[in-house]
Design a protein. Sequence first.
Length: 264
Amino acid sequence: MRAPDLFRLDGRVGLITGAGSGLGRAYAEAIAEAGADVACADLNVAAAEETVAYIRSLGRRAIAIHVDVGDEKLIVDMTARVATEFGRLDIVFANAGIAEKREPLIEATRATWQRVIDLDLTSVFLTAREAAKIMIPRGSGKIISTASIIGFVASQDGGMARAYASAKAGVVNLTRSLAVELAPHNIQVNAIAPTFTRTGLRDGWWKSQDPTAIAAQQRVIERSVVKRLGEPEDFKGVALFLASDASSLVTGTTVVVDGGWLAI
């Protein structure tokens, strides 16, 4: 197969959670631009519809699905709907998640901890489980989740992203575990670990014009090797690589896209 053809996704179907904005939208656009039909799931279904409109403008099929990934039944229903409406499911991005508000450990609550773990880790497990039910009988599939560089190192603000950091570290090792289990079924399981990126996470903290946020952004930029924050567009290439035949020998890996953050 010619190298460019390895990245084509014609005839395949992808499902992305958190597809209404940020990284999720970038992932959805990337695989649609390579030929895939896409189910765009998001808590904000209006935002998901905007992603759908773009994908349909490419001549691809697309649907928007309302989902709260903290609700197991909605995840089950989401994947079942994709299989019913498209007849197959080849690619899943378990991307949706949140970060907790920053607060000292002695003020943190179990409820906040549990909500972050549920949305950032348990939802990845559930999405992968339901996708595997469809992929295993077909003997192929790609499951990709969104981890974080904060799954490898501590947060830059005194460890206050403790639930987020724990969940993302969990995603890294869950990726390894699922890759081993699903390898006999020709299903590759990988993750993407972004750096600090201008998305809606933390209420858009990394793209906010609030003076406190700007100061935090500048500290991160100064610490970064490439001297800038990430943009959702920076992740289209790695998303397409992991979703396509180009990565057929890659599994159990978390691909770090961090502008050299972990190098120093």
